[in-house]
Design a protein around this ligand. Sequence first.
Ligand code: NAP
Length: 293
Amino acid sequence: MSDVSVVGLGEMGGALARALINAGKSVTVWNRSEAKSTALVALGAKAPVNTAEAIAASPVVIICLSSYAASLDVLQQPGVADVMKGRLVVQLSSGTPGHARSLDSWVRAKGARYLDGAIAAWPRQIGGPEASIIGAGPEADFALAEPLLRVLAGNVSYVGANIGHAAAITNAAMAYFAGHWIGFAQGAAISEAEGIDPATFGEMLSGIGSMFADDMLKMGRAIADNRFDNAEATIKTITGDLGWLAEYAGDLGTDTAFPQLAADTFRRARDSGFGAEQHSAVVKVLRSPKPAA
Ligand code: NAP
């Protein structure tokens, strides 16, 4: 038996397997395209050609593929269901809470244990202090996986028994990342159009990173308490600022979709009567009308 099997050796799965080998774990690997296991075998991994053998090889099986559908494809391969009983499947592919819930039911029906997780790191950070992994599912299953997860990431946290919550938190974070990525690229396009070096723009913004870390804490607290007084910047002020951004982005000939979306969202909040409240109150036009799950 190996300590752990890693199924999926793409950018992320390959980094997970490498970190486990480097930490002295005995590792069995499997990938649909066999070539991706060659470098890991040279480092000491075992690589059976048969998927069922790869899964049977370890008490813990880490799966990191492009989707839950891909994970199900692999788990439905011949002979796999017969060897799953008693194994702990740790699923680190990205998807939705619904995907996690249906894979959890499928895996448990085969007599295996299931922990759903998510990674917040670049592959090069795996095995280091900057990498984060969260896990959701039965606490005993998290406890079993935790020593291996701690090899992979400096920050490992358990987010509770609700099997969908790792995917839910990941999607919530993705909403933030999307704004960050599109917003930064829009600013870089504006910089270029004005003859300003985008690298200088990046250096300048990185200098105010701590201001946004502070803002995340304040926004989270305000939204949790549903209290939006004590405005340092009101919805009305930001609506004006974003209107200028949308106008200017158009004047320069840069794409206006993201500035328009931002300006329209704050304008809806202002026009709904929240103009005097702090910027976090924009959540009022984004919330789901459905009761919390
Ligand atoms: P990737 O490099 O594109 O690798 C995808 C992997 O999925 C490959 O091993 C591929 O096998 C396999 N695969 C896809 N469809 C399959 C199927 N139907 N049957 C069997 N294998 C299949 O992607 P990645 O960057 O490693 O990402 C893997 C997961 O990690 C994703 O869910 C991603 O969201 C998550 N993640 C990635 C990062 C990152 O920075 N890369 C960060 C956080 C989370 P082949 O090699 O045979 O094509």
